[in-house]
Design a protein around this ligand. Structure first.
Ligand code: MG
Length: 292
């Protein structure tokens, strides 16, 4: 199922997307269920219980509510992975904006983070005006949502710690990324982490490598890749991070972006006001944001 956080005149709640453009408010379906996405995924509630609650429940129209990021304010920084697709690692190394490393394909996963304050929801504007260097770029990324936490999680049990998957746009100010010799200041800017539109639950994704990601800017297809192209796969990322950092419910791991970002073009195709970025991943839906 696809879980969402939404807002209307009665406040912010969580729900399930059903049918064609409809939504079930989980608080209405079963008043005993947790009221926030973080509480829900930390509760360990089974997908069968949610499924049962939703059946026959009253529905609302999605167009009558405002979808927010599924986790509007993640409890801590979002883990991100750099250079995790071969073709993108090459385009980044050749772009002149990579001050981070000499090697094109990393030997071990490159991990950095974005602060929770960077998160915005579907259709919220990306504040490109916060980059004084006009080098704002998009990065469509499948993102893991951790359910059951833990340290020292093995590859073989990694997928059982996944609650589901969502989409993040790892928006980046390229000049700041290069100038400061690390990635936080170029990627942690307010509003530079659009997330959504939903969390596709793990039970519907028996094989995450079968998913495909596509990104359009103003209707022009820029990125297209299967998740099987990841250099470091999802179990490896979970094992690597959790080796020494305890993963907690609600942690997010953005798995990296494929080739086709703006800096890969000559000259670079950076975002400008009034552009629209749309990222789709199989089964999750489309995350669309205008640029301000
Ligand atoms: Mg990225």
């Amino acid at each position: 199922m696809r879980l969402v956080t939404f807002q209307d005149g009665n406040g912010t709640r969580i729900g399930v997307l059903v049918g064609d453009g409809e939504i079930v408010d989980l608080a209405v379906a079963d008043a005993s269920l947790p009221r926030t996405m973080l509480d829900l995924l930390a509760s360990g509630v089974s997908f069968e219980v949610l499924d049962k609650a939703v059946r026959g429940a009253r529905r609302m129209r999605v167009e009558d509510v405002k979808l927010k990021a599924p986790l509007p304010r993640p409890p801590r920084n979002i883990f991100c992975v750099g250079k995790n697709y071969h073709a993108h690692a090459k385009e980044f190394a050749n772009s002149g904006y990579d001050a981070s490393a000499k090697e094109v394909v990393p030997e071990v996963p490159v991990i950095f983070s974005k602060p929770p304050s960077a998160v915005i929801g579907p259709h919220e504007p990306i504040p490109s005006y916060l980059d004084p260097t006009s080098s704002v770029d998009y990065e469509g990324e499948l993102t893991i949502v951790i359910g059951k936490g833990g340290r020292g999680i093995s590859k073989s049990s990694a997928l059982s710690h996944v609650f589901g998957y969502t989409i993040i746009n790892d928006v980046t100010a390229r000049t700041l990324q290069e100038r400061h010799r690390q990635w936080l200041l170029g990627k942690g800017i307010d509003g530079f982490c659009p997330m959504g539109p939903a969390i596709l639950t793990n039970d519907e994704v028996p094989d995450p490598t079968a998913l495909e990601l596509r990104t359009w800017v103003n209707g022009e297809l820029r990125q297209e890749a299967p998740l099987s192209d990841l250099i470091f796969d999802i179990p490896t990322l979970i094992e690597t991070i959790s080796a020494r950092i305890t993963l907690e419910p609600g942690d997010l791991i953005a798995t990296g972006t494929p080739a086709g970002v703006g800096l890969g073009f000559s000259p670079p195709k950076f975002l400008k006001p009034d552009d629209v970025v749309r990222i789709e991943v199989t089964g999750i839906g489309a995350l669309e944001n205008p640029v301000a």
